[in-house]
Design a protein around this ligand. Structure first.
Ligand code: ZN
Length: 175
């Protein structure tokens, strides 16, 4: 960062702090040559991409919507907010790297699920099950089955221990 007073490229950061609820970092710098001080702001690049929903509607990308989905998926799971924010930043970087003006919602959904899978398996399953409502994710349905806890035992109530000769009534409908 070049000094705006003398053009010297060597400046020292003497103070930095988050502003705008963490969306930007304000840095106080001092020129190592002339000693003048100045302030710089470092701001996260805003993702400007249009999301094409499954029904064909185009909506502007909204970080808050993705964040809310991720926070809901992580509800009561002891996942620190910073971890989710960092994952969001990485998702946005991945979106920006693609350099597309429009993206199908499935691309974003998969990026989110990829991150959640790394963060917490339960969060991942929750998100995937909600995401499923948008359609075309039968693959995730399969994964949900695999991850479901075994509630049903292998031995069902179908065949009892009786020898079948009790002869009490018919096996038909009782009423
Ligand atoms: Zn200077």
């Amino acid at each position: 960062m070049r000094c705006p007073y003398c053009g010297n490229p060597r400046t020292k950061v003497i103070d930095s702090r988050g502003v705008d609820e963490g969306a930007a970092i304000r840095r106080r710098r001092r020129c190592e040559s002339c000693g003048q001080r100045f302030t710089t702001f470092e701001r996260r690049e805003k993702v400007q991409v249009t999301i094409i929903k499954r029904d064909g509607r185009a909506v502007p990308y909204d970080r808050m919507k993705i964040a809310s989905g991720m926070f809901k998926a992580c509800n009561k799971l002891d996942v620190p907010a910073e971890v989710i924010e960092k994952a969001l930043d990485e998702i946005e970087e991945a979106i920006m790297r693609r350099g597309e003006k429009e993206l199908p919602v499935s691309v974003v959904g998969e990026l989110v699920m990829d991150k959640l899978r790394q963060i917490d398996e339960v969060a991942y399953v929750r998100f995937a099950s909600v995401y499923k409502r948008f359609g075309n994710v039968s693959e995730f349905g399969k994964e949900l089955d695999v991850l479901k806890p075994d509630e049903e035992d292998a031995s069902g109530p179908g065949s009892g221990p009786g020898d079948g000769l009790a002869g009490k009534g018919s096996p038909g409908a009782p009423g």
